[in-house]
Design a protein around this ligand. Structure first.
Ligand code: NAD
Ligand code: GLY
Length: 352
């Protein structure tokens, strides 16, 4: 078991990383819950696969009340949030009640926002089941739903009370989703840790095979980097933006291709390559950084070739991004592997 702290003063919380061991989670819940029931929010597929496992692990500690939301990003909406809130109130949830998000980033983001807003805020816990959620979305307290006008436009910074990461859940995760999580793992190497980047190069075989030890190492190191950044800048006033490396072009690519051609992690992989290309153009890093990143993304079965995309459409998608401020886009650029810099670039310059 590994334990990492997200240090946010009175809102600090632990990330508990285990393999096939839900006992630490059961113990923490037993100690912290204000009532002996817990509302578990998940999707039907995950409920089917894991209801028995969770019921067994938590028996005698806490009783679970299951609530499901349909699977998929298209259900990360205000309507789903409203339905969940109504279900909670019908089941008599009150200010003492707590939620457990059991699923990928979609379930985690929506459950977090539900916890932030139900009765003006109740406790919640994360038990992420996708690699992306285990290394990124369950940590740091960004919660949201999508609006018809854009992704994650309605939400709150609201921290969980603890995050329980069990690598065993990844066994049922589809391979393509695993690769998407690896894009975020590689991102951490690129933004903060050259040694970690090299570890990912050397251990690709064990990681692909999902060796518990290798998984624990990469998840713990990713979470450590994320926790360190979030502890310094919870509400993204500055430093936290580095976690968006590769996401500016990534989000724009997802948007102009209608959110159905690339998965988020795949778009981030292509976005990281584009960010490095701009960095080379600005003399911040060399072509070698690009080749190394490309080789690592390829090793983890992520796309490395940009499709033909209308540049104007891409630029106007970026202009709608949350990172767009006074005609500038705050780009996260690479100063070689393990180091990044925030550089505002005018949309005009980008067009050239
Ligand atoms: P997701 O939640 O849609 O999960 C991907 C698919 O994998 C789904 O079909 C899900 O049911 C399935 N799945 C998850 N765990 C599984 C398991 N153990 N076994 C079998 N199937 C499993 O997508 P995601 O990639 O986990 O998360 C993407 C979402 O996260 C987006 O909405 C994105 O905006 C959000 N996000 C949030 C943050 C944040 O900081 N809050 C960061 C990154 C991404
Ligand atoms: N995923 C980016 C962040 O949490 O800030």
């Amino acid at each position: 078991m590994k334990k990492i702290k997200v240090d946010l003063g009175k809102n600090s919380y632990p990330l508990i990383i285990t393999h096939k061991d839900l006992f630490p989670a059961a113990q923490i819940l037993k100690k912290q819950l204000k009532e002996d029931r817990l509302f578990i929010i998940t999707n039907p597929k995950l409920k089917k696969s894991y209801q028995k496992t969770l019921e067994k692990a938590f028996a005698g500690f806490v009783s679970l009340h299951w609530i499901t939301v349909p699977d998929g990003e298209k259900h990360k909406t205000l309507l789903t949030l409203e339905k969940l809130a109504v279900t909670l109130s019908k089941k008599g949830a009150n200010r003492q009640s707590a939620l457990l998000a059991f699923g990928g980033g979609v379930v985690g983001d929506i459950t977090g926002f539900l916890a932030a807003s139900y009765m003006r805020g109740i406790d919640f816990y994360q038990m992420p089941t996708s690699l992306l959620a285990q290394v990124d979305s369950s940590v740091g307290g960004k919660t949201a739903v999508d609006l018809p006008t854009g992704k994650n436009l309605l939400g709150a910074f609201y921290q969980p009370k603890a995050v329980f990461i069990d690598t065993n859940f990844l066994q049922t995760l589809p391979k393509q989703e695993f690769a998407c999580g690896m894009a975020e793992v590689i991102k951490y190497g690129m933004i903060a840790d050259k040694k970690f980047f090299d570890f990912l190069k050397r251990h690709a075989k064990e990681i692909h095979k999902q060796s518990p030890k290798a998984l624990e190492t990469i998840i713990a190191q990713s979470c450590k980097i994320k926790a360190h950044v979030v502890s310094q800048d919870e509400k993204e006033q500055g430093l936290r933006a580095i976690l968006n490396f590769g996401h500016t072009y990534g989000h724009a690519l997802e948007q102009v291709t209608g959110f159905n051609r690339f998965k988020h992690g795949e778009a981030v992989a292509l976005g990281m390559l584009k960010a490095v290309e701009i960095s080379i153009h600005k003399n911040l890093c060399s072509q070698k950084t690009h080749s190394e990143l490309k080789a690592l993304l390829t090793a983890y079965k992520l796309p490395v070739t940009w499709p033909k995309i209308n540049a104007q459409k891409l630029n106007s998608a970026m202009a709608k991004d949350k990172k767009f401020q006074s005609q500038n886009i705050r780009f996260i650029l690479s100063e070689n592997i393990g180091k990044v810099k925030i550089v505002p670039i005018a949309l005009k310059e980008l067009k050239q």
